[in-house]
Design a protein around this ligand. Structure first.
Ligand code: UT7
Length: 339
């Protein structure tokens, strides 16, 4: 963000529902095994939202924590961006519902659709508003209630996904810190590989669409796997190059949590030791847009992130989409900016 005012993350927060669904629970639901799931994905358990919990409820819990950590009030927010593929409803946006819950009266609000890359598209968008001086504080939330669109009769998908929310408050930070580079990409020709076929204008909801299981997430796992390995590496390379940093200058990699084998391929490629990579998919599975912000919030809470550290966020998913961001960490607001 050369020549513009530096933007960073002032505070993070996360929330995951109480109910735990373990691999052993899934063994009783479909023809699978803990051994298969752990060896093929690294996932051991995931969280499932209560029937009455919608995405805006999870987002609200995560957002409150992020605002408190950032020492920013809801009234100080200029914009709310919610990245989700599981909105409460088609419209109004989940961001508007969240704005009301928070009482963020001065904030604009919009949802952003980039599937598992949603948080990265969200922070990239938010950072531009702040860098160019239009806004001071933007809340970005990645939230999913994927259990509501998962077919618990399909072993190919139901073992992978979980529910959760992660939030970050972005604002101006002191000179020399903040986001150094971004990379966003898309390949719409692969859209069918990971999608929710019905419920939109192409196949509106009907008794037939429900009977044909078209309101459940559908994924060609193998093809998405190959794509994921490729773009994790290229997107990480791109943000390093744009920021003028070498591989060994990465202090912490916060990757999308889809599959441990995908993360391992990037770890090998970039020669990272285990302490430089955040992995929490064993406890949460793939929470799509919530994966990266929840992983980041946990890393911060565990004291794994220090002032001046170079963090790389990298993700991929439906669209197909991918993205990465390189952040030189500081939560210290730029002088006089916390008004
Ligand atoms: O965040 C969005 C992006 N999504 C992803 O990144 C997901 C990327 N893909 C993956 O993570 C992996 O492709 C999966 C975990 C989905 C699947 O792993 P895989 O090693 O690619 O397995 P596979 O699809 O090649 O399936 C191998 C076998 C198949 O049996 P056959 O046809 O060889 O007899 C599947 O039917 O494993 C079977 N299988 C299962 N077996 C037990 C698939 N799911 C299960 C299961 N339990 N849950």
């Amino acid at each position: 963000m050369k020549g513009l005012r530096p933007v960073g993350i002032l505070g993070t927060g996360s929330y995951t529902p109480e109910r735990v669904l373990s691999n052993f629970d899934l063994e009783k639901m479909v023809d699978t095994s803990d051994e298969w799931i752990v060896s093929r994905t690294g996932i051991r358990e995931r969280r499932i939202s209560a029937p009455e919990q919608a995405s805006s409820d999870l987002a609200f819990e995560a957002a409150k924590k992020a605002l408190a950590k950032a020492n920013v009030s809801a009234e100080q927010l200029d914009m709310i961006i919610v990245a989700t593929v599981t909105p409460d409803m088609s419209f109004p946006s989940t961001a508007c519902l969240l704005q009301d819950k928070l009482g963020a009266k001065k904030a604009g609000a919009m949802d952003l659709s980039a599937a598992c890359t949603g948080f990265l598209y969200g922070i990239t968008t938010a950072a531009q508003f702040i860098a160019n001086g239009l806004y001071k504080h933007v809340l970005v939330v990645g939230v999913e209630t994927l259990s509501k669109i998962t077919n618990y009769k399909d072993r190919n998908t139901c073992v992978l996904f979980g529910d959760g929310a992660g939030a970050a408050v972005l604002g101006p930070v002191k000179e020399g810190y903040g986001f150094q580079s971004f990379e966003l990409g898309a390949d719409g020709s692969g859209g069918q590989l990971l999608c929710l076929p019905a419920g939109g204008s192409r196949i509106p909801a009907s008794t037939e669409s429900v009977a044909n299981d078209l309101h459940y997430l559908s994924m060609a796992g193998g093809e998405v796997f190959k794509f994921a390995v490729r773009v994790m590496n290229s997107a990480t390379e791109a943000v390093l190059a744009k920021a003028g940093l070498e591989r060994d200058e990465i202090d912490l990699l916060v990757p999308h949590q889809a599959n441990k084998r995908i993360i391992d391929s990037a770890v090998q490629r970039f020669g990272l030791s285990e302490d430089k990579v955040v992995v929490n998919l064993d406890r949460y599975g793939n929470m799509s847009s919530a994966s990266i912000p929840v992983a980041l919030d946990e890393a911060v809470a565990e004291g794994r992130v220090k002032e001046g550290d170079n963090l790389v966020f990298v993700g991929f998913g439906g669209g197909l989409t991918w993205g990465a961001a390189l952040l030189k960490w500081s939560t210290t607001p730029a002088e006089g900016s916390n008004a």
